[in-house]
Design a protein around this ligand. Structure first.
Ligand code: APR
Length: 246
């Protein structure tokens, strides 16, 4: 059993608006590799060759194949106890928002109602010429990068390195974080910007911030609390504690 601080329990007892800022670590227990760290994807693949527009134009088939590889992993993954416990928060708090850097769709599959996908969603795609949108099922098994009816290349609807995030999504994330009663920062190394600005934005607005991670991250020092442990254990234990209190 994890001994949660009195401060955290007190903050939660009066909370109306709860926000979860999540990164790939929250999906690690679903069998989806994170990006950094020992087993991270960037250990065996180079992001500059796979996760940016120039690389896509240079070798669309290679980039498409990489996203099909990741989709295959994600399609066989299920939401884990951490995703499901976050959804459970909606039973105890009037407003729960998930702001995720993940593109794996697992928060949606877990049933969370309010999700902001900062880096897009790997199951969605669009034509780079006419912007027509395509679900991944349209060409589930094609390895070579598919073409739109207009002849344009189709790309995954994810934010690549060097690309801007959707402005309105990020602005909504900033407002949501600034007006929260408590923000959990779960499963992120907090080194990729502008997503990593959000925990700091919470702190700057006097919001109580709690990190949930298996190790300290770049921002542990500025957050109010650090709960060390796998999110698939910590968040379910927290919701059990909350349920017991109510
Ligand atoms: N529970 C909680 N945290 C975990 C777990 C777990 N079971 N397993 C790993 N972690 C933590 C790691 O300690 C690390 O701090 O998750 C974090 C994963 O960090 P990254 O691999 O850097 O992933 P993330 O922070 O989501 O990366 C941000 O970088 O490559 C881009 O677009 C990509 O959205 C991604 C962004």
């Amino acid at each position: 059993m994890i001994a949660f601080s009195e401060k955290l329990i007190e903050k939660l007892s009066g909370a109306q608006r709860v926000v979860f800022l999540t990164g790939s670590g929250i999906s690690a227990e679903s069998g989806i590799p994170t990006f950094r760290g020992n087993e991270g994807l960037w250990k065996n693949f180079r992001p500059e060759e796979l996760a940016n527009f120039k690389a896509f134009i240079k070798n669309p088939a290679r980039v498409w194949e990489w996203y099909q590889f990741r989709r295959d992993i994600i399609l066989s993954a299920k939401p884990n106890a951490g995703h499901l416990a976050i959804r459970e928060f909606e039973k105890f708090f009037p407003s729960v928002t998930v702001v995720t850097q993940n593109v794996d769709n697992l928060h949606r599959l877990a049933g969370s109602s309010n999700i902001l996908e900062l880096h897009g969603n790997i199951m969605k795609n669009y034509c780079i010429r006419c912007s027509k949108r395509y679900d991944f099922q349209t060409f589930e098994n094609s390895l070579s990068s598919p073409k739109c009816e207009c002849g344009g290349l189709i790309r995954p609807d994810v934010v690549w390195f060097g690309e801007n995030l959707n402005e309105s999504v990020f602005a909504e994330a900033e407002d949501t974080v600034a007006s929260a009663d408590i923000v959990f920062v779960a499963g992120s190394s907090n080194i990729v910007y502008p997503a990593a600005l959000l925990p700091q934005h919470a702190v700057n607005n006097g919001v109580y911030t709690v990190e949930i991670n298996i190790e300290r991250s770049e921002l542990s020092g500025v957050l109010d609390e650090v709960l060390l442990g796998p999110s698939g254990t910590v968040i379910p234990e927290l919701i059990k504690k909350i349920a017991g209190q109510k």
